[in-house]
Design a protein around this ligand. Structure first.
Ligand code: SF4
Length: 304
């Protein structure tokens, strides 16, 4: 039995644990390769125009896996923590895949997490049971974010006095998928910029930002960004010179969360660059805006 896992959406948070779970079950795991232009084109060709780019990319990964595996895992993540939800497009993801790619219906393996049962490990066990896999001595557990994301950078440890530090805000599948964001992190690194991402947030800082909002946010990823923003603004180890918001075009939650984040950044008096992406975005436009933004921050730091 070969199970395919699309390298998309919250694979960037939980994928390492999904892989270990299936390996512990004695199943061969195939993860689709990093997103490339053909993944985006395949997904965009079959998807409804109204869907956000990350879901189109997910469909592209499903298409890439179809011929290589027996079953394709579709993470149906409704809720992964109490009192917050993942976005409506995650809730409808199995239906989106079924209706867009009806020829693959028999291959889909839906792993449903929430709305009542938010334990991903139990949800994976249920899915394994549907395949007739008996779980014994299962070592893995779905406990948290990919630890590799936490140490992407050495924070300010290796920071030289002239080096800028930029806080990146965005969903993990936008920040870490370099084809989606047109090599944003690579471009920043090439420009000698120190990068801080939400996933470096220390566990002890959960709730420091979202918890202060007048009204509670419904979305887990949005809450995470608020906590990260507050930590980036006040953490002694962060010392942020400016922020970049990585936003997918046609994202419902981001229309609200992005605006609230922007207000908080403005209130803190920090420069902000908002980059919005859809499938026709071009790298040249990103490079121009990025270089202008970095020049402005450097100029600002000299005159202030
Ligand atoms: S949160 Fe936004 S980008 Fe992510 S799946 Fe939902 S609509 Fe798409």
């Amino acid at each position: 039995m070969k199970i395919g896992i699309p390298r998309a959406l919250l694979y960037y948070w939980y994928g390492h644990e999904w892989e270990s779970f299936w390996r512990d079950c004695g199943v061969e795991v195939v993860v689709s390769g990093p997103t490339d232009r053909s993944t985006i084109e395949d997904g965009a060709k079959v998807a409804l125009d109204e869907l956000c780019l990350p879901v189109k990319i997910f469909l592209g990964h499903v298409i890439k896996l179809a011929k290589r595996v027996d079953r394709i895992m579709i993470p149906h993540l409704i809720k992964v923590e109490p009192n917050a939800y993942i976005c409506p497009k995650f809730m409808g993801l199995p239906d989106v895949v079924r209706h867009t790619l009806p020829e693959l219906v028999d291959q889909l393996l839906i792993v449903k997490v929430g709305p009542k049962q938010v334990d991903q490990f139990k949800a994976m066990q249920t899915a394994a049971g549907q395949l007739g896999i008996k779980i014994k001595n299962q070592k893995s557990k779905v406990t948290g974010l990919n630890p590799a994301l936490k140490c992407l950078n050495n924070l300010s440890k290796d920071r030289t006095h002239h080096q800028l530090t930029i806080g990146i805000l965005g969903h993990p599948y936008c920040v870490y998928d370099s084809c989606f964001n047109l090599n944003l992190l690579k471009r920043l690194t090439e420009n000698n910029v120190n990068i801080i991402t939400p996933e470096m947030l220390p566990e002890s800082c959960r709730g420091i930002g979202a918890g202060k909002l007048e009204k509670e946010l419904f979305w887990t990823v949005g809450r995470y960004q608020f906590d990260a923003l507050e930590w980036m603004l006040h953490g002694a180890e962060t010392q942020i010179d400016g922020f970049i918001q990585v936003m997918p075009f046609a994202c419902g939650p981001e229309a609200i969360v992005g605006d609230l984040l922007e207000r908080r950044i403005k209130q803190a008096g920090k420069p902000l660059l908002k980059l919005s992406y859809e499938e026709h975005s071009g790298e040249a436009g990103v490079i121009t805006r990025l270089e202008a933004f970095l020049d402005l921050i450097r100029y600002r730091s000299k005159v202030c």
